[in-house]
Structures are given as structure tokens and as C-alpha cells.
Design a protein around this ligand. Structure first.
Ligand SMILES: [Zn+2]
Length: 344
């Protein structure tokens, strides 16, 4: 049964025959930000899933559509929120993180909730607070190639148990950007899952398998359960272009751009890198092009990189995360994150 509030569409207990044959058809049927309720075997408990906060990250919604097609009853009641449907549907499909001129929904989960996206975020937070789910999973993709990992603001057994449903790599961040997990962390064990690159079929498989475990497991947090196999990475630093600076992705330095990264720079994601390893090229503005902010707001760029004959080299051991090769993504969000090495 479907109905609408001022802000969200609500769909209770959608049936396999009602959801369309393709994920695109499903999204068209939803038509806008939607909250779906699926009754479980144990209706006294609930869990929550959020996906498509970014319109170019399809693995989570594909997994959810597939799950609904299969029609298995989840272990407990499930609440699912699907966000940037209009961005996902804009031609050619799953191409826009947000629509031009609109705000990034996953930066709007904090005050002031004064934009259209902020109103959606506020409503979703209110519903989650009322529901008190056992756990919340927020499914994403990276825009470059990447192995799967999860992100949380908290590092407890619960975040590790949730991570193990999808991956064995958990990134703990103390950066505060206005994302969903920052808003729910104190009340609900929450992880964001980066299922892998948004064009990689493996990411879709990981999302479906992890989602299936999340929905079918009776006890998410068995007492005494530990996860020695989950690797913890702490405190990524966000590397951005300064206002007005430009980036290109190519196999040689692009004279027109302030900096150039290799067209396949996303191959670096999650690899261990060492001092002296080249990651790109910079023009005359050198490191002045970049801001590398840690959680305290310090610019750490001089510690992380050096410039040698126009080449950008790493100055310390660590890993790059979320390296994109899309200049629009790089300018509108960030170039990548850097994880100083703690797992020697
Ligand atoms: Zn995302």
C-alpha cells in the first residue's frame, strides 16, 4: 500500500509483482524519495537500510530490488529509505551523484535542515529515531574502482559485526561532513558500506550478499563475538582542490589543468603506498592547489606530499581511498582521502 506525506513517499509491504521488472522501472514507480516497510518474521524488532543517497551509486538499490523480487521474508521488520531517485533516473541513468544545482543529500543530515534535501534528511532521521532499529546500513559505491570497505564514526564490536557482513575492512572516520552515519551513531549502530566501484558487477554481488545476510541473520550481535579478521583503518584525511583549481585525468600532464592524475589513478585505491611513490603531476601552484583537512581542520598537505620536478610524490606511507577519475566528482566533492599508515 502506497501513500504520500509532504516530504516522502511511503510504501508498506511491496510485493514482487508490483515493483517492476527492472531497477529503472522500480525507481520510476517510486518517483521520489521513498520509505519502504517490509514486515519480518519477528515483528517486535526492526533493522534499517538506506541507499541511493547518491544517484550514481546503484549497487544498493539493485540489491534491494532483487531482494524484493525474490520475496523472502526478512528475519525482522525492515525499513528502507531510497534517496536520490531523480538523480538516478536522469539520462543516461545512474550518472549523477546529485542533480545540477541540488545539494548532496549525504551532506544534509545536520542542521540547518533548510534545503529540500535537508527536509528529506530531517524526516528520515525522525523516522529512524522513532523506529529504533537494531542497526542501520547505508549502501554506497565509490565512483572509481575500489575494493569493498565500510566506514563508521565508531569502532565497537557492533560496527565490526556489521562490517563482516560485507567486507573485512573498516575505516573509522572522525571527519564531520553532515553524513547520515554521523547523525545516527549515538542511537543506532551504523555503517556506510562502499560496495566497490559503481561500474563493477562485483559491487552489485557484494551488496546483494551482504544485504541478504543483514536481513536473514537472526542475531546481528551475538554476545562474545569478536572479529579478528576485520582490519581497522583510522582517521582518513580529505584531500580537496582549492576553490577554482582544476584537475585532469590523463597519461601525461595536462597543460590546461592545475594538476593531473593518471587516467587509471583509481587503481591506487586501498594499495599500500610509500614515500616517493608518484601519484600525479602539478603545475606552478604546486601543493598550494590542495587542501588536506583532518578532523581538527588542519591542512596536512605538506606532510602527505612533496613535489619533485613537477611530479606529485607521497611523503609518507599510507593508502589512498575514494580516488575518482571523474573531474566533476573531484571538483564538487574531493579528490580522494588519504589514510596515514597505522597497520605496518
Ligand atoms: Zn555515496
Amino acid at each position: 500500500m502506497k501513500h504520500r506525506t509532504d516530504i516522502l513517499r511511503i510504501w508498506d509491504n511491496p510485493q514482487a509483482e508490483e515493483i517492476g521488472d527492472s531497477v529503472e522501472e522500480f525507481l520510476t514507480l517510486l518517483g521520489g524519495p521513498t520509505w519502504i516497510n517490509i514486515p519480518g518474521k519477528d515483528p517486535s524488532r526492526s533493522r534499517a537500510i538506506v541507499t541511493l543517497l547518491h544517484g550514481n551509486e546503484p549497487s544498493g538499490i539493485r540489491a534491494m530490488h532483487r531482494w524484493l523480487q525474490i520475496g523472502t521474508k526478512p528475519q525482522v521488520n525492515m525499513a528502507c529509505f531510497i534517496g536520490a531517485i531523480d538523480a538516478a533516473l536522469a539520462p543516461p541513468g545512474f550518472a549523477y551523484r546529485t542533480l545540477p544545482g541540488r545539494k548532496d543529500l549525504n551532506r544534509c543530515f545536520r542542521e540547518p535542515f533548510d534545503s529540500a534535501e535537508g527536509q528529506v534528511a530531517k524526516d528520515v532521521l525522525q523516522r529512524l529515531t522513532n523506529l529504533k532499529p537494531e542497526a542501520l546500513i547505508d549502501l554506497h559505491n565509490t565512483s572509481g574502482r575500489s575494493p569493498c570497505y565500510t566506514i563508521s564514526t565508531q569502532n565497537s564490536d557492533k560496527q565490526q559485526s556489521l562490517t563482516a557482513l560485507f567486507s573485512n575492512q573498516l575505516v573509522i572516520t572522525d571527519l564531520r561532513l553532515g553524513s547520515l552515519m554521523e547523525a545516527t551513531e549515538f542511537e543506532i549502530p551504523t555503517i556506510a558500506v562502499e560496495c566497490g566501484g559503481n561500474h563493477d558487477p562485483q559491487s552489485d554481488r557484494i551488496a546483494l550478499e551482504g544485504l541478504t545476510r543483514f536481513m536473514q541473520t537472526d542475531t546481528l550481535f551475538p554476545s562474545g563475538q569478536v572479529h579478528p579478521d576485520v582490519l581497522i583503518f583510522e582517521h582518513p584525511i580529505r584531500v580537496e582542490l582549492r576553490e577554482g583549481a582544476t584537475v585532469a585525468y590523463a597519461s601525461i600532464p595536462d597543460e590546461e589543468a592545475d594538476c593531473t592524475f593518471r587516467f587509471d589513478a583509481d587503481k591506487l585505491n586501498f594499495d599500500m603506498l610509500h614515500p616517493g611513490d608518484p601519484v600525479g603531476w602539478v603545475g606552478p601552484r604546486k601543493l598550494g592547489l590542495f587542501l588536506a583537512r583532518d578532523a581538527q581542520g588542519n591542512n596536512r598537505i605538506e606532510e602527505l606530499f612533496t613535489v619533485v620536478n613537477g611530479e606529485l610524490h607521497l611523503a609518507q606511507t599510507g593508502r589512498i581511498l575514494m580516488m575518482t577519475t571523474d573531474p566533476i566528482m573531484a571538483s564538487s566533492d574531493c579528490l580522494f582521502y588519504f589514510l596515514p599508515c597505522a597497520d605496518r
